[in-house]
Design a protein around this ligand. Sequence first.
Ligand SMILES: *Cc1c(COP(=O)(O)O)cnc(C)c1O
Length: 451
Amino acid sequence: MTVNHQPLLTQADLLKRGLADLQEHDAELAQILDAEVARQQRTLSLVASCCAVKPRTLAASSSVLVNVTAEGVPGRRYHAGCENVDLVESLAIQRARQLFGAQYAGVQSHSASSANYSVLAALLEPGDTLLGMALDNGGHLTHGSPVTFSGTYYNAIGYGTTKEGLIDYDEVRRLALEHRPRLIICGATAYSRVVDFDRFRRIADEAGAILMADISHIAGLVATGRHPSPIDAAHVTTTCTHKQLAGPRGGLILSGRDANEKVPGRDVTFARVLELAVFPRMQGAPAVNMMAAKAAALGYAMTPEFDAEMQRIRDAADVMASEFQARDYEVVGGRSENHTILIRLRANMTGAIAEAALEHCGIVVNKNRIPGETRSSFVTSGLRIGTGALAQRHIDAQGCRQIVDLLCRILDQVTPQGDNEFTLDPALRKQFCAEAEALCVKYPIADYLAN
Ligand SMILES: *Cc1c(COP(=O)(O)O)cnc(C)c1O
Protein backbone atom coordinates (compact mmCIF):
# COMPACT_ATOMS: atom_id res chain seq x y z
CA MET A 1 0.00 0.00 0.00
CA THR A 2 1.31 3.44 -0.82
CA VAL A 3 0.73 6.30 1.54
CA ASN A 4 0.16 9.70 0.01
CA HIS A 5 2.47 12.17 1.72
CA GLN A 6 0.67 15.35 0.72
CA PRO A 7 1.17 17.96 3.42
CA LEU A 8 -1.83 18.54 5.69
CA LEU A 9 -3.78 21.70 5.14
CA THR A 10 -3.51 24.40 7.78
CA GLN A 11 -6.17 26.72 9.13
CA ALA A 12 -4.58 29.54 7.10
CA ASP A 13 -4.76 27.48 3.87
CA LEU A 14 -8.45 26.87 4.41
CA LEU A 15 -9.31 30.48 5.17
CA LYS A 16 -7.38 31.70 2.13
CA ARG A 17 -9.01 29.11 -0.11
CA GLY A 18 -12.40 29.94 1.30
CA LEU A 19 -12.06 33.60 0.41
CA ALA A 20 -10.83 32.83 -3.11
CA ASP A 21 -13.56 30.24 -3.55
CA LEU A 22 -16.25 32.66 -2.47
CA GLN A 23 -15.04 35.25 -5.02
CA GLU A 24 -14.90 32.70 -7.76
CA HIS A 25 -18.00 30.59 -7.15
CA ASP A 26 -20.39 32.80 -5.24
CA ALA A 27 -19.80 36.33 -6.42
CA GLU A 28 -23.30 37.31 -5.36
CA LEU A 29 -22.60 36.62 -1.70
CA ALA A 30 -18.99 37.84 -1.87
CA GLN A 31 -20.18 41.21 -3.16
CA ILE A 32 -22.61 41.66 -0.30
CA LEU A 33 -19.89 40.84 2.23
CA ASP A 34 -17.49 43.32 0.64
CA ALA A 35 -20.18 45.99 0.59
CA GLU A 36 -20.67 45.45 4.31
CA VAL A 37 -16.95 45.78 5.07
CA ALA A 38 -17.01 49.06 3.16
CA ARG A 39 -20.14 50.27 4.96
CA GLN A 40 -18.62 49.59 8.35
CA GLN A 41 -15.56 51.64 7.49
CA ARG A 42 -17.48 54.50 5.90
CA THR A 43 -20.30 55.06 8.41
CA LEU A 44 -19.94 56.64 11.77
CA SER A 45 -21.53 54.26 14.21
CA LEU A 46 -22.77 55.76 17.45
CA VAL A 47 -24.75 52.64 18.30
CA ALA A 48 -24.18 51.87 21.98
CA SER A 49 -23.95 48.12 21.39
CA CYS A 50 -21.63 48.39 18.42
CA CYS A 51 -18.00 47.44 18.01
CA ALA A 52 -15.71 45.68 15.56
CA VAL A 53 -13.98 42.40 16.29
CA LYS A 54 -10.23 42.09 15.86
CA PRO A 55 -9.14 40.14 12.76
CA ARG A 56 -7.76 37.41 15.05
CA THR A 57 -11.22 37.00 16.57
CA LEU A 58 -12.79 36.94 13.11
CA ALA A 59 -10.34 34.23 12.04
CA ALA A 60 -11.00 32.14 15.17
CA SER A 61 -14.74 32.37 14.57
CA SER A 62 -14.21 31.07 11.03
CA SER A 63 -12.08 28.13 12.16
CA VAL A 64 -12.61 24.44 11.39
CA LEU A 65 -13.83 23.98 14.95
CA VAL A 66 -17.22 24.62 13.35
CA ASN A 67 -17.02 20.99 12.18
CA VAL A 68 -16.96 19.49 15.68
CA THR A 69 -19.96 18.34 17.71
CA ALA A 70 -19.06 18.52 21.37
CA GLU A 71 -21.99 18.13 23.75
CA GLY A 72 -20.85 18.26 27.36
CA VAL A 73 -17.99 20.13 29.01
CA PRO A 74 -14.19 19.71 28.84
CA GLY A 75 -13.23 16.23 30.02
CA ARG A 76 -16.86 15.05 30.06
CA ARG A 77 -18.12 14.92 26.48
CA TYR A 78 -20.73 12.80 24.82
CA HIS A 79 -18.58 12.67 21.70
CA ALA A 80 -15.09 11.42 20.85
CA GLY A 81 -12.54 13.54 19.02
CA CYS A 82 -12.76 16.49 21.38
CA GLU A 83 -9.18 16.85 22.57
CA ASN A 84 -8.61 20.18 20.82
CA VAL A 85 -12.11 21.38 21.58
CA ASP A 86 -11.49 20.69 25.26
CA LEU A 87 -8.35 22.83 25.11
CA VAL A 88 -10.23 25.66 23.38
CA GLU A 89 -13.13 25.67 25.81
CA SER A 90 -10.81 25.39 28.83
CA LEU A 91 -8.80 28.34 27.55
CA ALA A 92 -11.92 30.46 27.08
CA ILE A 93 -13.12 29.52 30.59
CA GLN A 94 -9.76 30.26 32.17
CA ARG A 95 -9.56 33.67 30.43
CA ALA A 96 -13.13 34.57 31.37
CA ARG A 97 -12.45 33.69 35.02
CA GLN A 98 -9.21 35.64 35.05
CA LEU A 99 -10.59 38.71 33.28
CA PHE A 100 -13.60 39.02 35.56
CA GLY A 101 -12.16 37.51 38.74
CA ALA A 102 -14.87 34.84 38.68
CA GLN A 103 -14.87 31.42 40.35
CA TYR A 104 -17.15 29.97 37.70
CA ALA A 105 -17.37 30.76 33.99
CA GLY A 106 -19.53 29.11 31.35
CA VAL A 107 -18.70 30.00 27.75
CA GLN A 108 -21.20 27.96 25.72
CA SER A 109 -24.23 30.26 25.51
CA HIS A 110 -25.08 31.27 21.94
CA SER A 111 -26.13 34.77 23.07
CA ALA A 112 -26.78 36.85 26.17
CA SER A 113 -30.51 36.30 25.75
CA SER A 114 -30.03 32.56 25.81
CA ALA A 115 -27.63 32.91 28.76
CA ASN A 116 -30.36 34.82 30.60
CA TYR A 117 -32.98 32.22 29.73
CA SER A 118 -30.66 29.45 30.87
CA VAL A 119 -30.11 31.10 34.23
CA LEU A 120 -33.79 31.91 34.75
CA ALA A 121 -34.94 28.44 33.72
CA ALA A 122 -32.39 26.81 36.01
CA LEU A 123 -33.11 28.92 39.09
CA LEU A 124 -36.86 29.60 38.84
CA GLU A 125 -39.98 27.48 38.58
CA PRO A 126 -42.57 28.56 36.00
CA GLY A 127 -44.86 31.11 37.65
CA ASP A 128 -42.21 32.33 40.11
CA THR A 129 -41.91 36.07 40.59
CA LEU A 130 -39.08 37.94 38.89
CA LEU A 131 -38.16 41.60 39.44
CA GLY A 132 -36.29 43.30 36.59
CA MET A 133 -35.80 46.74 35.10
CA ALA A 134 -38.75 47.67 32.87
CA LEU A 135 -38.01 47.83 29.17
CA ASP A 136 -39.34 51.37 28.93
CA ASN A 137 -36.86 52.50 31.56
CA GLY A 138 -33.80 50.94 29.98
CA GLY A 139 -34.09 47.25 30.88
CA HIS A 140 -33.60 44.43 28.37
CA LEU A 141 -36.35 42.35 26.78
CA THR A 142 -35.16 39.26 28.65
CA HIS A 143 -35.52 41.02 32.02
CA GLY A 144 -39.29 40.43 32.15
CA SER A 145 -40.86 41.94 29.02
CA PRO A 146 -44.20 40.29 28.19
CA VAL A 147 -43.14 39.71 24.58
CA THR A 148 -40.47 37.25 25.79
CA PHE A 149 -40.16 34.00 27.70
CA SER A 150 -39.03 36.01 30.76
CA GLY A 151 -42.34 37.86 30.94
CA THR A 152 -44.67 34.99 30.09
CA TYR A 153 -43.27 32.02 32.08
CA TYR A 154 -42.70 34.12 35.17
CA ASN A 155 -44.66 36.66 37.10
CA ALA A 156 -42.49 39.59 36.02
CA ILE A 157 -42.56 42.84 37.96
CA GLY A 158 -40.73 45.87 36.58
CA TYR A 159 -38.87 48.63 38.40
CA GLY A 160 -38.03 51.92 36.78
CA THR A 161 -36.15 55.15 37.00
CA THR A 162 -36.91 58.46 38.63
CA LYS A 163 -37.96 61.35 36.43
CA GLU A 164 -34.28 62.35 36.33
CA GLY A 165 -33.53 58.96 34.79
CA LEU A 166 -31.75 57.33 37.75
CA ILE A 167 -32.60 53.82 39.00
CA ASP A 168 -35.11 54.26 41.79
CA TYR A 169 -33.51 52.01 44.43
CA ASP A 170 -36.22 52.85 46.98
CA GLU A 171 -38.79 51.57 44.51
CA VAL A 172 -36.71 48.45 43.84
CA ARG A 173 -36.64 47.74 47.60
CA ARG A 174 -40.33 48.46 48.04
CA LEU A 175 -41.28 46.16 45.14
CA ALA A 176 -38.87 43.46 46.35
CA LEU A 177 -40.37 43.47 49.86
CA GLU A 178 -43.90 43.62 48.53
CA HIS A 179 -43.66 40.91 45.86
CA ARG A 180 -40.85 38.74 47.35
CA PRO A 181 -39.40 37.75 43.94
CA ARG A 182 -37.36 34.55 43.69
CA LEU A 183 -34.87 36.50 41.56
CA ILE A 184 -33.95 40.13 40.90
CA ILE A 185 -32.21 41.21 37.68
CA CYS A 186 -30.04 44.31 37.54
CA GLY A 187 -28.19 45.69 34.54
CA ALA A 188 -29.58 47.61 31.59
CA THR A 189 -29.55 48.27 27.89
CA ALA A 190 -30.09 52.02 27.92
CA TYR A 191 -28.73 53.49 31.14
CA SER A 192 -25.85 55.93 31.40
CA ARG A 193 -25.08 55.86 35.12
CA VAL A 194 -23.28 53.41 37.39
CA VAL A 195 -25.38 50.48 38.62
CA ASP A 196 -24.99 50.04 42.37
CA PHE A 197 -24.65 46.24 42.49
CA ASP A 198 -23.92 46.19 46.24
CA ARG A 199 -27.13 48.04 46.93
CA PHE A 200 -29.04 45.57 44.74
CA ARG A 201 -27.48 42.70 46.73
CA ARG A 202 -28.54 44.23 50.04
CA ILE A 203 -32.10 44.52 48.69
CA ALA A 204 -31.97 40.93 47.37
CA ASP A 205 -30.71 39.62 50.73
CA GLU A 206 -33.38 41.53 52.61
CA ALA A 207 -36.09 40.14 50.33
CA GLY A 208 -34.66 36.61 50.24
CA ALA A 209 -34.03 36.81 46.47
CA ILE A 210 -31.25 35.61 44.19
CA LEU A 211 -29.48 38.46 42.38
CA MET A 212 -28.56 38.21 38.71
CA ALA A 213 -26.56 40.99 37.04
CA ASP A 214 -26.54 41.37 33.25
CA ILE A 215 -23.51 43.43 32.21
CA SER A 216 -23.86 42.99 28.44
CA HIS A 217 -23.48 46.70 27.77
CA ILE A 218 -20.66 47.48 30.19
CA ALA A 219 -18.60 44.27 30.30
CA GLY A 220 -15.42 45.98 29.06
CA LEU A 221 -15.67 48.77 31.60
CA VAL A 222 -16.28 46.19 34.33
CA ALA A 223 -13.37 44.02 33.17
CA THR A 224 -10.97 46.96 33.29
CA GLY A 225 -12.18 48.39 36.60
CA ARG A 226 -13.98 51.41 35.15
CA HIS A 227 -17.34 50.29 36.47
CA PRO A 228 -17.85 48.40 39.77
CA SER A 229 -17.93 44.65 39.23
CA PRO A 230 -21.03 42.60 40.08
CA ILE A 231 -19.14 39.29 40.06
CA ASP A 232 -19.10 38.92 43.85
CA ALA A 233 -22.11 41.15 44.53
CA ALA A 234 -24.52 39.13 42.41
CA HIS A 235 -25.03 35.38 42.70
CA VAL A 236 -24.82 35.11 38.93
CA THR A 237 -23.62 37.51 36.24
CA THR A 238 -24.34 37.22 32.53
CA THR A 239 -22.99 39.14 29.56
CA CYS A 240 -22.90 38.97 25.82
CA THR A 241 -19.46 38.81 24.20
CA HIS A 242 -20.17 41.04 21.19
CA LYS A 243 -20.60 44.51 22.64
CA GLN A 244 -17.71 46.03 24.61
CA LEU A 245 -15.83 42.73 24.69
CA ALA A 246 -15.46 42.88 20.89
CA GLY A 247 -16.02 39.16 20.58
CA PRO A 248 -18.31 36.95 18.53
CA ARG A 249 -22.08 36.84 18.99
CA GLY A 250 -22.38 34.84 22.19
CA GLY A 251 -22.87 34.86 25.93
CA LEU A 252 -20.99 34.18 29.17
CA ILE A 253 -22.34 33.06 32.53
CA LEU A 254 -20.17 33.99 35.51
CA SER A 255 -20.29 33.59 39.26
CA GLY A 256 -18.05 34.86 42.04
CA ARG A 257 -18.12 34.19 45.75
CA ASP A 258 -21.48 32.40 45.59
CA ALA A 259 -20.37 29.91 42.92
CA ASN A 260 -19.77 27.12 45.40
CA GLU A 261 -22.61 28.05 47.75
CA LYS A 262 -25.84 26.10 47.71
CA VAL A 263 -28.76 27.59 45.77
CA PRO A 264 -31.27 28.68 48.45
CA GLY A 265 -33.68 25.84 49.20
CA ARG A 266 -31.77 23.30 47.10
CA ASP A 267 -28.97 20.85 47.78
CA VAL A 268 -26.83 21.90 44.83
CA THR A 269 -24.30 24.69 44.20
CA PHE A 270 -24.77 27.62 41.85
CA ALA A 271 -21.82 26.41 39.75
CA ARG A 272 -23.38 22.99 39.16
CA VAL A 273 -26.81 24.44 38.39
CA LEU A 274 -25.28 26.94 35.96
CA GLU A 275 -23.31 24.28 34.16
CA LEU A 276 -26.42 22.17 33.51
CA ALA A 277 -28.44 25.30 32.75
CA VAL A 278 -26.92 25.61 29.29
CA PHE A 279 -26.45 21.98 28.22
CA PRO A 280 -28.73 20.03 28.35
CA ARG A 281 -31.44 22.41 29.59
CA MET A 282 -31.24 25.14 26.96
CA GLN A 283 -28.86 24.16 24.18
CA GLY A 284 -27.41 21.16 22.44
CA ALA A 285 -23.83 21.20 21.23
CA PRO A 286 -21.93 24.47 21.67
CA ALA A 287 -20.62 26.50 18.71
CA VAL A 288 -16.99 25.56 19.26
CA ASN A 289 -15.65 28.05 16.71
CA MET A 290 -17.45 30.79 18.66
CA MET A 291 -15.86 29.58 21.90
CA ALA A 292 -12.50 29.93 20.15
CA ALA A 293 -13.47 33.46 19.09
CA LYS A 294 -14.50 34.20 22.70
CA ALA A 295 -11.07 33.00 23.85
CA ALA A 296 -9.44 35.32 21.28
CA ALA A 297 -11.56 38.30 22.36
CA LEU A 298 -10.98 37.62 26.07
CA GLY A 299 -7.25 37.42 25.35
CA TYR A 300 -7.37 40.83 23.68
CA ALA A 301 -9.41 42.19 26.60
CA MET A 302 -6.43 41.51 28.89
CA THR A 303 -4.07 43.74 26.89
CA PRO A 304 -3.03 47.34 27.64
CA GLU A 305 -4.44 48.22 24.20
CA PHE A 306 -7.93 47.16 25.30
CA ASP A 307 -7.52 49.02 28.57
CA ALA A 308 -6.69 52.21 26.64
CA GLU A 309 -9.71 51.62 24.40
CA MET A 310 -12.00 51.44 27.45
CA GLN A 311 -10.54 54.72 28.69
CA ARG A 312 -11.30 56.32 25.32
CA ILE A 313 -14.88 55.07 25.67
CA ARG A 314 -15.20 56.92 28.98
CA ASP A 315 -13.41 60.07 27.82
CA ALA A 316 -15.51 60.30 24.67
CA ALA A 317 -18.76 59.85 26.62
CA ASP A 318 -17.81 62.68 28.99
CA VAL A 319 -16.90 65.07 26.19
CA MET A 320 -19.97 64.27 24.10
CA ALA A 321 -22.37 64.58 27.05
CA SER A 322 -20.99 68.06 27.85
CA GLU A 323 -21.15 69.07 24.21
CA PHE A 324 -24.84 68.15 24.00
CA GLN A 325 -25.49 70.06 27.21
CA ALA A 326 -23.61 73.08 25.84
CA ARG A 327 -26.12 73.01 22.96
CA ASP A 328 -29.03 72.92 25.40
CA TYR A 329 -29.89 69.26 24.98
CA GLU A 330 -30.99 67.44 28.12
CA VAL A 331 -28.71 64.49 28.89
CA VAL A 332 -30.87 61.95 30.73
CA GLY A 333 -29.40 61.18 34.13
CA GLY A 334 -27.38 64.41 34.05
CA ARG A 335 -24.20 62.83 32.67
CA SER A 336 -22.67 59.59 31.46
CA GLU A 337 -20.68 57.28 33.69
CA ASN A 338 -20.23 54.59 31.07
CA HIS A 339 -20.33 54.52 27.25
CA THR A 340 -23.94 55.63 26.79
CA ILE A 341 -25.46 59.07 26.43
CA LEU A 342 -29.22 59.41 26.32
CA ILE A 343 -30.51 62.69 25.01
CA ARG A 344 -33.98 64.14 25.03
CA LEU A 345 -34.81 65.56 21.58
CA ARG A 346 -36.46 68.92 21.05
CA ALA A 347 -40.24 69.21 21.14
CA ASN A 348 -41.35 68.25 17.63
CA MET A 349 -38.35 66.05 16.79
CA THR A 350 -38.95 62.32 17.32
CA GLY A 351 -36.40 59.56 17.82
CA ALA A 352 -37.67 57.85 14.66
CA ILE A 353 -37.04 60.96 12.53
CA ALA A 354 -33.68 61.73 14.11
CA GLU A 355 -32.51 58.15 13.57
CA ALA A 356 -33.64 58.10 9.92
CA ALA A 357 -32.29 61.58 9.10
CA LEU A 358 -28.90 60.83 10.65
CA GLU A 359 -28.69 57.53 8.79
CA HIS A 360 -29.31 59.43 5.53
CA CYS A 361 -26.21 61.45 6.42
CA GLY A 362 -23.99 58.44 7.26
CA ILE A 363 -24.39 58.47 11.05
CA VAL A 364 -25.97 55.47 12.77
CA VAL A 365 -27.70 55.95 16.14
CA ASN A 366 -30.70 54.39 17.95
CA LYS A 367 -33.93 56.06 18.86
CA ASN A 368 -34.74 55.45 22.51
CA ARG A 369 -37.49 55.99 25.03
CA ILE A 370 -36.75 58.45 27.80
CA PRO A 371 -38.23 59.10 31.27
CA GLY A 372 -41.80 60.43 31.05
CA GLU A 373 -42.03 59.12 27.48
CA THR A 374 -45.26 60.01 25.68
CA ARG A 375 -44.50 58.38 22.32
CA SER A 376 -44.50 54.70 21.33
CA SER A 377 -41.29 52.69 21.21
CA PHE A 378 -41.40 52.89 17.40
CA VAL A 379 -41.37 56.69 17.58
CA THR A 380 -39.80 57.79 20.94
CA SER A 381 -38.51 61.18 22.07
CA GLY A 382 -34.87 60.36 22.67
CA LEU A 383 -31.64 59.14 21.13
CA ARG A 384 -29.18 56.64 22.58
CA ILE A 385 -25.60 57.27 21.64
CA GLY A 386 -22.64 55.04 22.46
CA THR A 387 -18.91 55.61 22.20
CA GLY A 388 -17.63 52.02 21.75
CA ALA A 389 -17.06 52.14 18.01
CA LEU A 390 -15.61 55.66 18.26
CA ALA A 391 -13.07 54.43 20.81
CA GLN A 392 -11.98 51.79 18.31
CA ARG A 393 -11.47 54.63 15.82
CA HIS A 394 -9.13 56.27 18.36
CA ILE A 395 -11.40 59.25 18.63
CA ASP A 396 -10.07 62.25 20.58
CA ALA A 397 -11.86 65.15 22.28
CA GLN A 398 -11.76 67.28 19.16
CA GLY A 399 -13.33 64.49 17.10
CA CYS A 400 -16.06 64.03 19.70
CA ARG A 401 -16.90 67.72 19.59
CA GLN A 402 -17.01 67.66 15.77
CA ILE A 403 -19.39 64.70 15.79
CA VAL A 404 -21.81 66.30 18.26
CA ASP A 405 -21.62 69.53 16.28
CA LEU A 406 -22.42 67.72 13.02
CA LEU A 407 -25.22 65.73 14.61
CA CYS A 408 -26.85 68.84 16.07
CA ARG A 409 -26.52 70.79 12.82
CA ILE A 410 -28.21 67.93 10.94
CA LEU A 411 -31.09 67.83 13.45
CA ASP A 412 -31.43 71.62 13.19
CA GLN A 413 -31.89 71.35 9.41
CA VAL A 414 -34.44 68.53 9.49
CA THR A 415 -38.08 69.53 9.23
CA PRO A 416 -40.29 66.89 10.87
CA GLN A 417 -43.59 66.04 9.13
CA GLY A 418 -45.54 64.17 11.79
CA ASP A 419 -43.85 61.41 13.80
CA ASN A 420 -41.95 59.56 11.11
CA GLU A 421 -41.57 61.69 8.00
CA PHE A 422 -39.23 64.61 7.44
CA THR A 423 -37.65 66.78 4.83
CA LEU A 424 -33.99 67.70 4.50
CA ASP A 425 -32.53 69.84 1.73
CA PRO A 426 -30.70 67.37 -0.60
CA ALA A 427 -27.75 69.71 -1.05
CA LEU A 428 -27.31 69.99 2.70
CA ARG A 429 -27.69 66.27 3.08
CA LYS A 430 -24.88 65.72 0.57
CA GLN A 431 -22.68 68.11 2.49
CA PHE A 432 -23.45 66.36 5.82
CA CYS A 433 -22.64 62.97 4.26
CA ALA A 434 -19.30 64.32 3.11
CA GLU A 435 -18.57 65.63 6.60
CA ALA A 436 -19.44 62.28 8.20
CA GLU A 437 -17.26 60.46 5.72
CA ALA A 438 -14.41 62.90 6.33
CA LEU A 439 -14.62 62.06 10.05
CA CYS A 440 -14.42 58.34 9.19
CA VAL A 441 -11.28 59.07 7.17
CA LYS A 442 -9.77 61.22 9.91
CA TYR A 443 -10.50 58.56 12.53
CA PRO A 444 -10.11 55.30 10.58
CA ILE A 445 -10.98 51.90 11.99
CA ALA A 446 -8.07 50.49 9.97
CA ASP A 447 -5.52 51.09 12.77
CA TYR A 448 -7.57 49.03 15.20
CA LEU A 449 -7.86 46.32 12.55
CA ALA A 450 -4.14 46.36 11.75
CA ASN A 451 -3.35 43.59 14.25
C1 LIG B 1 -27.70 43.27 24.20
C2 LIG B 1 -28.21 42.78 25.49
C3 LIG B 1 -28.63 41.45 25.64
C4 LIG B 1 -28.86 40.53 24.46
O1 LIG B 1 -27.76 40.06 23.88
P1 LIG B 1 -27.89 39.00 22.69
O2 LIG B 1 -26.59 38.29 22.80
O3 LIG B 1 -28.07 39.78 21.47
O4 LIG B 1 -29.02 38.10 22.98
C5 LIG B 1 -29.00 41.01 26.91
N1 LIG B 1 -28.98 41.84 27.96
C6 LIG B 1 -28.61 43.13 27.85
C7 LIG B 1 -28.61 44.00 29.06
C8 LIG B 1 -28.22 43.64 26.60
O5 LIG B 1 -27.87 44.93 26.50
